[in-house]
Write a protein that binds this ligand. Structure first.
Ligand SMILES: [Fe+2]
Length: 239
C-alpha cells in the first residue's frame, strides 16, 4: 500500500515509534500486514483496505507518548501504570487526527482497537455493534501478533496453541465472524506441515476442521489422528 509512504507526517511518526522501542515498531508492521490479509479474506475493496492498513499500522501510535519506563517495564504493571498505558488509544486518535488524509475509519480503528464485544474493553467500554469493524479486525491481529512474538515466550508459541487460546479465551470478547475467518485462514497455511504429537507420533497436518480449528486431522503413517475427537492428544511441536 505504497501511498502510505508518501505521507511525511506518518513517516516521522514511524521513527518516533521506532525510538519508543523496537517491539512497538515491528508489532505495528505485523499488525498492518495481518490486518491486510484479514481484510482481503473479508473481501474488502482497495479503498477500505487502504484505510484498514493505515489504521492498523498506526493503531499504537499513542504509545510513542507514554513514558518508556512504563511502556517497557518488565513484569506486571500496577493499577496506575496500566491506566497510563490505556491512554494510548485517545492519545493516538488525537495525534492521527492532525495528520492529513485521515478518514473516520482510520481514526476509529486507532481509538477503538481495545474495545471488546461484551463491553469489557477500553477506553469507553463500547459493545458489539457500536465498535467500528476496522477496530475489530485490528483487535484480532493485535492479539495474534502479541501472542506469536518472542516477547512473552522464550520460544515462539505453537500456532495451534495460540489458535486454541484465542478460540477459548476470547469467546464473547472478539467478533466471532472476524475471528473465525482469521483463524480458519491462518490455520490453513499449516496444511502439509510436519508435527510431533504429545503421544510421540509424528505426522502431517492434512485437514483443518472448520468447527474446531485448533484441533486438525494429522496423518501419522497410514493412520489418521482426528485431534477434535482424540482430546488427550495435542500438537506438541511443529517440525
Ligand atoms: Fe494498543
Amino acid at each position: 500500500m505504497s501511498k502510505v509512504n508518501e505521507n511525511r507526517e506518518i513517516v516521522s511518526c514511524i521513527s518516533e515509534m521506532r525510538a519508543a522501542g523496537d517491539y512497538l515498531y515491528t508489532h505495528s508492521i505485523n499488525v498492518a500486514l495481518l490486518s491486510m490479509l484479514l481484510g482481503k479474506w473479508l473481501k474488502y475493496d482497495y479503498l477500505r483496505l487502504k484505510s484498514l492498513v493505515t489504521s492498523a499500522f498506526l493503531h499504537d501510535i499513542g504509545k510513542s507518548r507514554i513514558p518508556s519506563e512504563i511502556l517497557n517495564k518488565p513484569g506486571t504493571l500496577d493499577e496506575n501504570e496500566f491506566a497510563e498505558i490505556k491512554k494510548h488509544c485517545v492519545i493516538g486518535y488525537k495525534l492521527a487526527e492532525s495528520f492529513p488524509g485521515m478518514d473516520e475509519d482510520i481514526l476509529k480503528g486507532i481509538l477503538q482497537h481495545h474495545e471488546r464485544e461484551d463491553g469489557s474493553g477500553y477506553p469507553f467500554g463500547l459493545r458489539g455493534d457500536r465498535i467500528h469493524e476496522i477496530a475489530k479486525i485490528i483487535a484480532v491481529a493485535d492479539i495474534y501478533d502479541a501472542m506469536t512474538s518472542n516477547r512473552f515466550y522464550k520460544e515462539r508459541a505453537c500456532p495451534f496453541d495460540v489458535i486454541d487460546y484465542i478460540e477459548k479465551d476470547h469467546l464473547g470478547t472478539l467478533d466471532h465472524r472476524i475471528t473465525s475467518t482469521f483463524l480458519k485462514n491462518i490455520a490453513s497455511y499449516y496444511i502439509g506441515e510436519h508435527v510431533i504429537l504429545s503421544s510421540g507420533d509424528t505426522g502431517e497436518i492434512v485437514y483443518i476442521n472448520p468447527y474446531h480449528i485448533s484441533r486438525p486431522i494429522v496423518k501419522c503413517g497410514d493412520k489418521y489422528v482426528d485431534l477434535s475427537a482424540e482430546r488427550s492428544v495435542k500438537i506438541a511441536e511443529m517440525m
